[in-house]
Design a protein around this ligand. Structure first.
Ligand code: COS
Length: 392
């Protein structure tokens, strides 16, 4: 039984507590993490079931186009991701990518784009993907080279995108490309590209330590209508960053869900495993570990829900989201590692819950901005706030 006392924190309203309780019930009844090796099929299935049950409504904004609320409620998506991640990494992934993949449309789409794409995303009838990274531009987004050239009423895309979650099973991709209005970050734009568009191909399916659909995409003379652009020409970088400001906080929440699961597993083992005529939990050396794990979980929860609450108050959260993502993912890695240690040999047996968590958490320290990028963001913001104070 996971600790639920954090739900009484002042960050939450009653509707959040109700949401968490309803989802907990649904997840216990509906989620099994056994997908018989067919990750694509399992992912499609999770999207369909999350959609049918109404959970994906929280991943998009706009009540007239399928969303639960007009503006995405960050605390709700964090509670959803935390709870789903505690039950299944793949269920969390399926939920998260619907949000990340359609986030730019929620934030900057035209009414027509919202009607056409968000309704289906919210219903689980269409799978979304976010295509930002490239072979030579991951952390340094402004260095991207995938180009979109204007040609009459169309844009023509040429280049590659990689590490694209849902790549290969998505129905559409939100693609960021260089349109050249200005150098660097001011010359990028965002586009919606349907998966069936001629000139878009899945160049490679990528296998990773915790399997989920992932691919490298190639665009060759890929022609899309100019009306597929999201926002204005040259706004792509800011649209990507605003999308990440929402979903980075939710990555922290997913890491928190993994960490809570690991702590539960560690407690279960420590309180039942006999050792030297006692239980493992009777040793102070075990208690030290458990104390650090429990404290790490609460630190992560405080930073995650602080960032989520602050965004829901309409404030900027670039710094807070970065702090939450960095801390929750790094801490979860330590909590899970301690849980593996407490389980001993069993902890490294293939498909044991803590062995799975050990593999699941690793990518979260890298994707949607590696820990080092979060450090860069936090340091820049801290220095700039200091310099503004000094100038006053
Ligand atoms: N919201 C709105 N605008 C933002 C913003 C945000 N969160 N962050 C930056 N901007 C704006 C800046 O204000 C600046 O605007 P002006 O050109 O008007 O001055 C512009 O965007 C460029 O910002 P900055 O100079 O900070 O850009 P950098 O090229 O130095 O890049 C980092 C900053 C490294 C933080 C960014 O590239 C990044 O987040 N990289 C990681 C990307 C990532 O997460 N990849 C994973 C993809 S998803 S798996």
């Amino acid at each position: 039984m996971s600790d639920k006392s954090y739900l009484d924190w002042p960050f939450f309203d009653d509707r959040h507590r109700q949401l968490q309780a309803d989802l907990e019930r649904w997840a216990s009844d509906n989620i099994t993490d056994d997908h018989h090796g067919d990750t694509d099929a399992a992912c499609r299935d999770f999207v369909a079931r999350l959609g049918a049950a109404g959970w994906l409504r929280y991943a998009v904004g706009g009540t007239s186009c399928g969303g639960q609320y007009d503006v995405i409620d960050t605390r709700a998506i964090c509670l959803l991701r935390e709870t789903l991640a505690r039950h299944s990494g793949l269920a969390d992934f399926a939920f998260a990518m619907q949000g990340l993949g359609s986030g730019a449309i929620t934030l900057h789409g035209t009414p027509q784009q919202k009607q056409r794409y968000l309704k289906k995303v919210a219903a689980g009838a269409s799978i979304a993907a976010f295509a930002l990274s490239e072979p030579n531009s991951g952390s340094d987004v402004a260095a991207m080279s995938c180009a979109a050239r204007r040609d009459g009423n169309d844009y023509v895309l040429d280049g590659e995108k990689t590490w694209i979650s849902n790549g290969g099973i998505a129905n559409f991709y939100v693609v960021f490309a260089r349109t050249g209005e200005a150098p660097g970050s001011r010359g990028l734009s965002a586009f919606i590209v349907d998966a069936t568009t001629p000139g878009l191909e899945i160049a490679e399916r990528i296998k990773v330590i915790a399997p989920h659909p992932l691919a490298r995409l190639r665009f060759t003379e890929c022609r899309i209508p100019a009306g597929s652009m999201i926002g204005m020409p040259g706004q792509g970088f800011k649209i990507a960053m605003q999308t990440l400001d929402i979903f980075r906080t939710s990555v922290a929440a997913a890491a928190l869900g993994f960490a809570r699961h690991a702590l539960d597993e560690a407690l279960r083992r420590a309180t039942t495993r006999p050792m030297f005529n006692q239980k493992l939990a009777d040793f102070q050396i075990t208690q030290t570990k458990l104390a650090q794990m429990a404290t790490g979980v609460d630190i992560s929860a405080l930073l995650t829900y602080r960032a989520a609450w602050q965004r829901d108050q309409g404030q900027t959260v670039t710094r807070e989201a970065a702090m939450a993502k960095m801390t929750a993912t790094e801490t979860a890695q330590q909590v899970i590692d301690a849980a593996v240690q407490i389980w001993g040999g069993l902890g490294v047996v293939s498909e044991h819950p803590v062995e799975r968590l050990y593999r699941e958490i690793r990518a979260l320290r890298i994707y949607e901005g590696a820990t080092e990028v979060q450090q860069l963001i936090i340091a820049r913001q801290t220095l700039s706030a200091y310099e503004q104070e000094v100038r006053k």
